[in-house]
Design a protein around this ligand. Structure first.
Ligand code: NOJ
Length: 558
């Protein structure tokens, strides 16, 4: 596969609202990010992905955009943003922006026009339908609870919103809307940005008939009619031709419910659509049949199977993105590691996994410190619209409040949105005011100041992993082979590119485990590249007694 800068990069995701507040209003902002760029440079990341910073009424924290070409006032000005871009570039890093064009805010000027009358020139920028027998046009449910349709009195029709009712879906079948989006993208690219992360981009084409999917009662997931819809590839190829192909930029699409076969259609190097996608298969590994809030324990065998499937499924076809958490997910350490006794060891083990697979790794802010989930006592302390809507719906339906709170503790999006923990002072040094969401009380010992000063910290381990990736091209590009497939405690694999080979051995649990190399791998010498424990001597690596959450990466010489 062709060498590209974005294949050799490590991306760091910033959720601006929670990153760093410079003016004491309790909300992170762009000058705050600028003040922390040296920290990111020290970590060694190449690319920064900035979650939405556009003008927004913040029904969904900026994923509801009311003006795509201006900056949210809480975050600063366009001048601040331009300074941010310049400061990132002057440090040799790159910036990608979030592109949220499946929907806008209902406060966008287009929507204000659209709802005015059925013959308004902007009417077809959104998806309007008449009701059926006094009800919604179909039974689709929104991702954020309730119906995906909202009645609008003015014109006696309903508009579609797959997310909140303040996020009406844009109508991609309208060529004028597509043109507006391409012009807006071009405007940002001409300012010098280095690419886009595209929000739920595989939902932009809806099946025109929009049929109901359920049994006549309640609302149901209509994904089969809008995930990877009939014209999605046509639109992305058009976007690529009209906009992206003119710049040397990277793109990563958030794609709900895609398989590796479907992903290959988005990222195939001969397809001219996107560079990578975020898939959700791994993020669903602990969801029961009723979905995300139906929490079930994950099994290592499933994690291995899913990762192996994506590693081999895209090999030679397209590029993987690698992530274990982001602003929509619980903290990876609390979910897949141990955020108590083996906090440091398990955080390092998970990091080793992320940074030794084929693809581009994404670090979510605070992951490099081992930030953890949070348990707020009251629902009043939560801010996320998905969480709050679910809570209201479930409690109104008679579910046990404690059970609902427990599901929020495990899966809620606010787990990943508490303020970045900079130091041990009030509010973790995030703000001098009152933060928009409370900090995780563990900031006294989990914080950046402590991590940077401790050579054995998770932070410095990430630095080492990034340096290894840079020194050994094999890490990103090589092929993947799973070892000990059925083993329930150890995740081990070999990465091979030409004469270069890496052996990665991970103990996924808090008890000792025995690694035994049974497969026929010919190698002469081996060199330990990294381990999250002290290793003495140069042992025979065909059998390794692994300590709790131990992770080792060897370079094998044939
Ligand atoms: C995915 C984003 O990551 C999430 O935060 C948002 O709520 C939805 N898309 C809707 O934009």
């Amino acid at each position: 596969m062709a060498n590209k800068w974005w294949k050799e990069s490590v991306v760091y995701q910033i959720y601006p609202r929670s990153f760093m507040d410079s003016n004491g209003d309790g909300i992170g902002d762009i000058p705050g990010i600028i003040a922390r760029l040296d920290y990111l440079k020290l970590l060694g990341v190449d690319v920064i992905w900035l979650c939405p910073v556009y003008e927004s009424p913040n029904d969904d924290n900026g994923y509801d955009i009311s003006n795509y070409q201006s900056i949210m006032k809480e975050f600063g000005t366009i001048g601040d943003w331009e300074r941010l871009l310049a400061e990132i570039h002057s440090r040799g890093m790159k910036l990608i922006m979030d592109l949220v064009v499946n929907h806008s805010s209902d406060e966008h000027a287009w929507f204000a026009e659209s709802r005015k009358s059925k013959d308004n020139p902007y009417r077809d920028y959104y998806i309007w339908r008449p009701g059926k027998s006094g009800r919604e046009p179909n039974d689709w449910g929104s991702f954020f609870s309730g119906s995906a349709w909202q009645y609008d009195e003015g014109t006696d029709e309903y508009f579609l919103h797959l997310f909140s009712k303040k996020q009406p879906d844009l109508n991609w079948d309208n060529p004028k809307l597509r043109r507006e989006v391409y012009e807006m993208m071009t405007w940002w690219l001409d300012k010098g940005i280095d690419g886009f992360r595209m929000d739920v981009i595989n939902l932009i084409s809806k099946a025109p008939q929009m049929p109901s999917v359920g049994d006549g009662k309640g609302y149901h997931f209509g994904g089969e009619h809008f995930m990877n819809g009939p014209r999605v590839h046509e639109y992305l190829q058009e976007m690529n031709r009209e906009v992206l192909s003119k710049y040397d930029v990277m793109t990563v699409g958030e794609t709900i419910g895609v398989t590796p076969e479907e992903a290959a259609l988005y990222v195939g190097e001969d397809r001219h659509e996107l560079n990578m996608v975020f898939h959700f298969e791994l993020m669903d590994v602990d969801s029961g049949p009723r979905g995300k809030w139906d929490v079930k324990p994950w099994e290592l065998r499933d994690i291995k199977r899913i990762i192996a499937k994506w590693q081999t499924g895209l090999e030679g076809k397209g590029w993987n993105s690698l992530y274990l958490n982001n602003h929509d997910q619980p903290r990876m350490l609390s979910r897949f590691g141990d955020d108590t006794i083996y906090h440091k060891e398990s955080a390092k083990m998970l990091a080793t996994l992320l940074h030794t697979l084929q693809g581009t790794p994404y670090i979510y802010q605070g992951e490099e410190l081992g930030m953890t989930n949070v348990k707020f006592a009251s629902i009043d302390d939560y801010r996320d619209i998905e969480t709050l809507n679910m809570y209201n719906e479930y409690v109104a339906a008679g579910q046990d409040v404690d059970a609902v709170m427990n599901a929020i503790y495990v899966k809620g999006r606010d787990n990943g949105r508490t303020p970045m923990q900079w130091d041990g002072t009030a509010h973790a040094g995030f703000t001098t005011g009152t933060p928009w969401i409370a900090v995780n009380p563990n900031y006294a010992h989990i914080n950046a100041e402590q991590a940077v000063s401790d050579p054995d910290s998770i932070f410095h381990y990430y630095r080492q992993l990034i340096a290894i990736r840079r020194a050994h091209n094999v890490t990103g590009y090589a092929s993947f082979r799973l070892l000990m497939e059925e083993d329930e405690r150890i995740f081990a694999y070999v990465r091979t590119r030409g004469e270069e080979q890496l052996l990665v051995v991970l103990n996924f649990f808090g008890e000792p485990a025995l690694f035994q190399l049974q497969e026929d791998i010919a190698f002469g010498r081996h060199e330990l590249l990294i381990c999250n424990y002290e290793v003495s001597g140069n042992p025979d690596i065909r059998t390794i007694a692994l300590r709790p959450y131990e992770a080792r990466v060897y370079k094998l010489q044939r």
